[in-house]
Design a protein around this ligand. Structure first.
Ligand SMILES: [Zn+2]
Length: 219
């Protein structure tokens, strides 16, 4: 696993190779602005970095990382901190991205927490927790994914987790369309939205196919 010192070494190589040799022309343009065509909403998980997995370059993708790659539904409110919603607004209205990808993955800790909560609901008046947990209310955005997973009655935990991860991404996909400017851009064929599921052990990327209603391997 990479230590902090290894990252600093990587930064030196980035300066000497990536910037000065491979991308010097791009660098002179980049200081004036960005125009990525793709936004990816990925998990914060250290094993799922969309830029590395897609071999993207600087400037290619506008990325949001959050726990379990969730999109909350559109909700007008002046006094809450909707960082993901703000990023979607910036990407669609100002950058005019042409694609938004929700990128889920195998072994997602956020989804595991959601499933654990669902399997062992907390009593109505629990002992007050020592510290407030932000994860539980965040994961409630995709609570229906846990309900759906129960109905599917898969036997082993890995299959259940995969069902829940994929379902959660589809809920986020649906939530994306609740943002008026997302819906408008889609209606005008300026924007396409996608759900991916990345299998960490296999290094395989699947994409949801609306026709077959299945996640299928990207070829
Ligand atoms: Zn995750």
């Amino acid at each position: 696993m990479a230590s902090y010192a290894k990252l600093l070494e990587g930064y030196k190589a980035f300066r000497s190779q990536y910037l000065s040799q491979e991308n010097s022309a791009w660098l002179s343009e980049a200081k004036d602005g960005q125009s990525p065509k793709v936004m990816i909403i990925a998990c914060s998980d250290s094993r799922v970095n969309p830029a590395i997995i897609t071999r993207a370059s600087l400037g290619d993708i506008f990325v949001v990382n959050n726990v379990a790659n969730l999109v909350p539904p559109y909700h007008e409110s002046g006094n809450t901190h909707h960082s993901t919603s703000a990023a979607i607004e910036f990407a669609v209205i100002h950058l005019k991205v042409e694609h938004i990808v929700i990128m889920g993955h195998s072994g997602c800790g956020g989804i595991r927490a959601l499933m654990a909560d669902h399997d062992n609901p907390k009593p109505e008046n629990p002992e007050p927790a020592k510290h407030y947990s932000f994860i539980r209310p965040w994961m409630q955005i995709v609570d229906d994914a846990a309900v759906f997973t129960d109905q599917e009655k898969a036997a082993d935990i890995e299959s259940r987790a995969k069902i829940c991860e994929q379902r959660a991404s589809l809920i986020s996909l649906k939530n994306l369309v609740t943002f008026p400017w997302v819906k408008e851009a889609m209606t005008q064929n300026r924007l396409k939205i996608h759900a991916w599921h990345y299998d960490i052990g296999e290094g395989l990327l699947l994409e949801y196919n609306e026709g077959s209603e299945q996640f299928e391997e990207l070829t």
